[in-house]
Design a protein around this ligand. Sequence first.
Ligand SMILES: [Zn+2]
Ligand SMILES: [Zn+2]
Ligand SMILES: [Zn+2]
Length: 152
Amino acid sequence: MVETTPLIAALEDAGYRVTGPRRNVVGLIAGRSGHFTAADLVTESNRRRLGVGRATVFRTIEVLSDVGVVERIDLPSGEHAYIACQPVHHHHVVCSGCGRTRDVDDAGLRHVVRDIARQTGYRVDDHRLELFGLCPECQTAASGANRPGPSR
Ligand SMILES: [Zn+2]
Ligand SMILES: [Zn+2]
Ligand SMILES: [Zn+2]
């Protein structure tokens, strides 16, 4: 779960007006525990009868991602999802079962990036990396399902 306060503060710091509808979208994002799509937020808004339209949801996600507190994740399915984040560089490990996402820091990657820069001669300014797999909970659930039943 994410707090609304840092998201709102990030918008205000960047000089955006935090209107009622934007505040509502931030509230919807704060209610999610894993990644979400714009469509998820629209559905949730309708369910809660917030009256926040699709366009507002899309625009607010865009603004939040501009200020660095929402990041886009490209799912293996080709879908785009989003996740609320701290505005510092990091990576995500995403569960393909339940969507639960964890932040992972860059420590082990820095030297890989440096090697690639050296090999190619590029000055590497930025990179993106997402890791997908099953979270511990989903692994437990999966091994439970695969376990042979009681012998007959
Ligand atoms: Zn993150
Ligand atoms: Zn999972
Ligand atoms: Zn990184």
